[in-house]
Design a protein around this ligand. Structure first.
Ligand SMILES: C[S@@+](CC[C@H](N)C(=O)[O-])C[C@H]1O[C@@H](n2cnc3c(N)ncnc32)[C@H](O)[C@@H]1O
Length: 228
């Protein structure tokens, strides 16, 4: 059976600085996500050991170059940030900046976030999940690859603690509508706003948001809390 993934197969080159950061920092900061065809091992992930403390945990899915992770973790030292991404150059960049800025509350995972959520993160364990500018898969025949769809959102909700917040942002209007529809229809999630949220000041502009703005697209934020 072919696996439907939410990401594009990309083969970005890892540059010297990023490769160096990945090699040196991965043992202390990195989490390997088993390939979905491999049996899950060593589960669930011991996040207290990973961060060296027990603090509220924020998961960012598809962190790209890490713009949002760095800015939000730096402004929020009381919480821990786990960034998950399939794209190694982005993780290399994030680790290099984390080291440069001396951020103690960021760790990174490489691989499919859905596998991480399903097999490695315990139910009720996350204070927040950030999904910023997920791949839009604009063609109708590819919509099945979109991250925000009922089964995936049910999984996200189950990993959030009650009271935890799911924050999505996109520059694709029809995906924003789909997100709103799916999130509104998910039991145990409540919209924190009436419709789309005003842009939260704490969410920094990311590389893909800049692209969307440059192309003249509107930005949509959605903020939902797990209520049960
Ligand atoms: C359009 S980019 C946005 C990156 C960044 N959030 C930004 O705003 O610049 C979406 C990213 O999500 C990643 N991604 C998509 N599906 C993923 C998954 N299931 N697990 C981990 N990363 C994923 C892709 O590799 C890609 O880098």
């Amino acid at each position: 059976m072919t696996r439907i993934t939410t990401f594009y197969p990309r083969r970005g080159r890892v540059s010297g600085r990023h490769e160096d950061a990945l090699t040196r920092l991965w043992p202390a900061y990195g989490v390997d996500i088993a390939h979905p065809t491999e049996p899950p091992t060593d589960l669930p992930l011991d996040t207290a050991a990973l961060f060296g403390r027990r603090a509220p945990l924020v998961l960012e899915i598809g962190s790209g170059m890490g713009d949002a992770t760095v800015a939000m973790a730096a402004a929020d030292p009381g919480r821990d940030y786990l960034a998950v991404e399939v794209f190694p150059p982005g993780l290399g960049n994030l680790l290099a900046v984390v080291e440069e800025r001396g951020l103690a509350n960021v760790r990174v995972a490489q691989g499919d976030a859905l596998h991480l959520l399903r097999h490695m993160l315990a139910p009720d364990s996350l204070a927040a999940v950030h999904v910023y500018f997920p791949d839009p898969w604009p063609k109708l025949k590819h919509h099945k690859r979109r991250l925000i769809q009922p089964d995936n959102v049910a999984l996200l909700r189950s990993r959030l603690a009650v009271g935890g917040v799911l924050h999505c942002a996109t520059d694709w209007a029809d995906y924003a509508e789909q997100m709103a529809e799916v999130l509104d229809a998910t039991d145990g999630l409540a919209n924190l706003h009436d419709g789309f949220a005003p842009r939260p000041e704490h969410r920094p502009v990311t590389k893909f948001e800049r692209r969307g703005i440059a192309a003249g697209r509107q930005i949509f934020d959605l903020l939902y809390r797990r209520t049960s």
